[in-house]
Design a protein around this ligand. Structure first.
Ligand code: 5GP
Ligand code: ZN
Length: 108
């Protein structure tokens, strides 16, 4: 298994996990581009938005609801934040396991 995020899910490589349930895991980005930079991923491997199927609709909603919960926990909801999904190399996606970036502060 070569997917780095699947390795994080299976605790094969360490990450600073900030939230986890049966469907979703969220951890601090290893190279943050903002004071708050969390990566939120489904535990099921889906490479990209391009690969989403109809039945993934609820799971993708769970990613956004997880971002909302983490933002509330971090008390950044009032100030505001950015949610970002990169799609494909042209969109800047480097890790081929679908993920939502939660960014706040700095120039984010
Ligand atoms: P992308 O460019 O694919 O949207 O974002 C991938 C993100 O994953 C990057 O911000 C990168 O810093 C982060 N990342 C890549 N490898 C690791 C890792 O092993 N651990 C953590 N915590 N983040 C990673
Ligand atoms: Zn994966």
């Amino acid at each position: 298994m070569s997917c780095i995020f699947c390795k994080i899910i299976k605790k094969g490589i360490p990450a600073e996990v900030v939230f986890e349930n049966e469907d979703v895991i969220a951890f601090k980005d290893i190279k943050p581009i903002a004071p708050v930079h969390i990566v939120i991923i489904p535990k099921r491997h889906i490479a990209s938005v391009v690969n989403l199927k109809e039945e993934d609709e609820i799971l993708m909603g769970k990613l956004i609801m997880t971002a909302k919960k983490i933002a509330d926990d971090l008390k950044i909801s009032e100030k505001g934040y950015k949610l970002l999904i990169r799609v494909g190399r042209g969109g800047g996606q480097e890790v081929d396991h679908i993920h939502l970036h939660l960014l706040s502060g700095g120039n984010a």
